[in-house]
Design a binder for this molecule. Structure first.
Ligand SMILES: O=C(O)CCC(=O)C(=O)O
Length: 279
């Protein structure tokens, strides 16, 4: 069956086994991340993929315009993503507030999750990767353990097309000040080297699998080296309601009922720079 809205897919939410949330939380607390296989159904994935193919084709007036060459302005050839689609796209906002994602994030954070950011990566063949980094350098949630991502695979993701890598155990570290990333491999300038004794592991995923990771967990991805396969993904970032401050770029934050609240703006990160850009 082909759905055209996420609402119709939500009936499949009933298949989500709430009793397993505690197991996911334990894995998250032990390693700094956990993967839930097939958390989103094939129908949900299809609705998301269709919507973003439409956005890619048509653009979004005021948010995603095409230039004279027909390129979408800030999506240059090797740049793989758009940021904050939930601010112009209702389906993306619904996905940010998807009850399955919120249930897992709430359990892992032991807090009410507030939606802070969405991103969609097309990561077409040849797109650059995103060097290893920690998200809370950018979100600056004042409760350092209180920010989290839900990374949803739209395509099969593996080492060839630039799947995610995470550094197990790095969630126990403080925020590390980044070095410069190699611009021939990564479109993002910051790079956090895993400290001695820790190393990055690839996380291959299938469509509908969701990778949850914390704001201090070191993670990133390599370039897409496939000649034919994109590595599409939808990503949600959350800040726990306990954090009264966070970076202004993520305001307004969105509660599960869709209402908006704004945190006090954080007055700077731990590395002596204030980064208000997306990461
Ligand atoms: O999808 C990727 O390649 C990187 C995503 C990421 O680093 C993030 O969501 O924080």
């Amino acid at each position: 069956m082909k759905y055209t809205t996420l609402e119709s897919c939500y009936t499949e939410c009933a298949m989500f086994d709430q009793s397993r949330v505690e197991t996911y939380r334990e894995a998250y607390l032990a390693d700094g991340y956990c993967v839930i296989r097939s958390l989103l159904s094939a129908s949900e994935v299809e609705v998301i993929a269709d919507r973003f193919e439409q956005i890619w084709r048509e653009g979004v007036p005021g948010f995603l315009e095409r230039d004279e060459q027909g390129q979408i302005n800030w999506l240059k050839e090797r740049y793989p993503r758009i940021v904050h689609p939930h601010r112009f796209d209702e389906l993306s906002k619904k996905l940010l507030l998807n009850p399955k994602l919120l249930a897992v994030v709430a359990a892992c954070l032991s807090d009410e999750p507030l939606g802070a950011q969405t991103m969609y990566y097309w990561k077409h063949p040849g797109s650059l990767g995103q060097a290893l980094h920690q998200d809370n350098l950018y979100l600056q949630a004042s409760d350092a353990a209180g920010c989290m991502a839900a990374w949803i695979a739209i395509d099969p993701a593996d080492e060839e097309n630039g799947c995610m890598h995470v550094v197990p155990g790095s969630h126990r570290l403080d925020i590390i000040c980044p070095e410069k990333a190699d611009p021939s491999q990564f479109y993002f300038s910051d790079y956090v080297a895993p400290p001695e004794g820790l190393s990055a592991v690839p996380v291959p995923m299938s469509p509908g699998d969701v990778l949850f990771f914390g704001g201090r967990t070191i993670h990133g991805s390599n370039p897409n080296r496939s000649k034919t396969r994109s590595r599409r993904s939808f990503i949600c970032h959350y800040i726990g309601a306990r954090s009264s401050q966070s970076a202004g770029f993520y305001n307004p934050l969105i509660r599960s009922d869709g209402t908006e609240i704004s945190n006090e703006e954080s007055d700077g990160g731990p590395c002596g720079i204030f980064v208000s850009a997306p990461h």
